[in-house]
Design a protein around this ligand. Structure first.
Ligand code: COA
Length: 180
């Protein structure tokens, strides 16, 4: 059984090596998540160390999926600090381990991220994803609204320029929490 939870700062620090393994596996399998293949484990460690630091600082919320005490998925929220946008958060790094994909873990991570955003008083979420990726269909199925497509926005893990589609979602449950 896969369980989903948010990590506190200490748990985020402890999870860095497992998060690095997950990221390396995803990038080397062709995921478009900021890095190029082949991905160095040290670069992945450095990336998640920065993320764990921002969790400790209250700037990000880190959600993970675990199965038999093993980390099998993640997603995080960037809590926008700008005083005029503190109702907003960005979703990033939705990754599910290859062996548990297509069992609803990605969707559950997104549901948890949206709930965590609402609990943090964030009512507007945005994200970008490679055009045509699995994630694109997942976000649409969860009520995310496309607001733009930028050609050649990022390179694939193997170096080819690809389009990115941007989505937003308004969390009606969180609207009351955000000052209007
Ligand atoms: C995108 C990603 C996170 C999706 O994770 P996932 O756990 O496979 O997602 P889900 O299982 O919730 O949904 C994916 C598909 O599985 C299907 N599915 C869900 N439960 C299922 C089940 N029990 N049996 C069969 N299929 C199922 C969903 O309907 C969906 O189908 P679709 O692709 O035909 O639309 C995963 O593919 C991934 O890690 N990709 C690499 C990283 C990446 O690209 N991230 C997005 C960056 S923005």
């Amino acid at each position: 059984m896969v369980s989903i939870r948010t990590l506190d700062a200490a748990e985020a620090w402890a999870a860095i090596p497992a998060l690095a393994d997950l990221l390396v596996e995803a990038v080397d399998a062709g995921a478009s998540v900021s890095f190029m293949a082949p991905m160095e484990f040290g670069d992945a460690m450095a990336f998640w160390t920065e993320i764990a630091g921002s969790v400790a600082a209250g700037r990000r919320i880190l959600v993970v999926a675990e199965q038999h005490n093993r980390l099998v998925g993640t997603v995080y929220l960037d809590l926008i600090p700008n005083p005029n946008q503190c109702h907003r958060a960005e979703i990033a790094m939705l990754i599910v381990a290859l062996e548990v994909r297509r069992h609803g873990v990605g969707k559950r991570l997104m549901v948890a991220a949206e709930a965590a955003a609402a609990a943090a008083g964030r009512s507007l979420l945005t994200l970008g994803t490679r055009a045509g990726d699995k994630g694109e269909r997942l976000y649409r199925s969860m009520g995310w609204v496309e607001f733009g497509r930028v050609p050649r926005y990022a390179r694939s893990s193997s170096g080819k320029f690809e389009d990115t589609v941007f989505f937003y979602k308004e969390l009606t449950g969180a609207k009351d929490l955000a000052a209007e």
